[in-house]
Ligand binder design. Structure first.
Ligand code: CMX
Length: 132
């Protein structure tokens, strides 16, 4: 069951430079940076209330984010919802006809189980589920 917005992902070309805006200008609490090898990205988290901003920067030219940056430029990349049962939610979404990018959860940042729903299902918004 979906609980809340876990984070909003923003595609960036320079993660250190963009971090300055969220940390120094907006004053958000920095929650660390890590490389997610499986997704070929480096991510930085900033907390704002109960949710987070995730800066996402490609580490390889064949990363999904590199393709997105090339096509659409920097900006909002995805919305991630926290769930307490990602397997049940994926089954439910599939039964309802959603086009899943990941039928089986993968490991994302902070070791969370994650899965993406194709933006063609959600009217142009790449949607992620995450279970801590
Ligand atoms: N938001 C909205 N639309 C998007 C999108 C995004 N982030 N990424 C791709 N699309 C759209 C494209 O614009 C394109 O639309 P049109 O056909 O209208 O032009 C369509 O989806 C297909 O895109 P594509 O460029 O041809 O790319 P692919 O089909 O190869 O891949 C997708 C699309 C969604 C399957 C791929 O981007 C993916 O697997 N994404 C999930 C993984 C990911 O993004 N990981 C990075 C973040 C990891 C993290 O935060 O930890």
């Amino acid at each position: 069951m979906l609980k809340k917005i876990d984070h909003i992902g923003i595609a960036v070309k320079d993660i250190d430079e963009t971090s300055k805006f969220y940390r120094d200008m907006l004053g958000m609490e920095f929650h660390g940076m890590e490389e997610v090898a499986d997704q070929k990205v480096k991510v930085a988290f900033f907390q704002i209330g109960e949710t987070h901003i995730e800066l996402v920067c490609p580490t390889s030219d064949d990363s999904a984010v590199a393709k997105h940056l090339e096509k659409k430029g920097e900006g909002i990349h995805h919305i991630c919802y926290a769930t307490d049962d990602i397997v049940a939610d994926l089954k439910d979404l599939k039964d309802k006809g959603a086009r899943l990018v990941d039928e089986v959860p993968r490991t994302g940042a902070h070791g969370a189980k994650i899965a993406f729903i194709h933006p063609k299902t959600s009217k142009g918004v790449l949607t992620e589920l995450s279970q801590k």
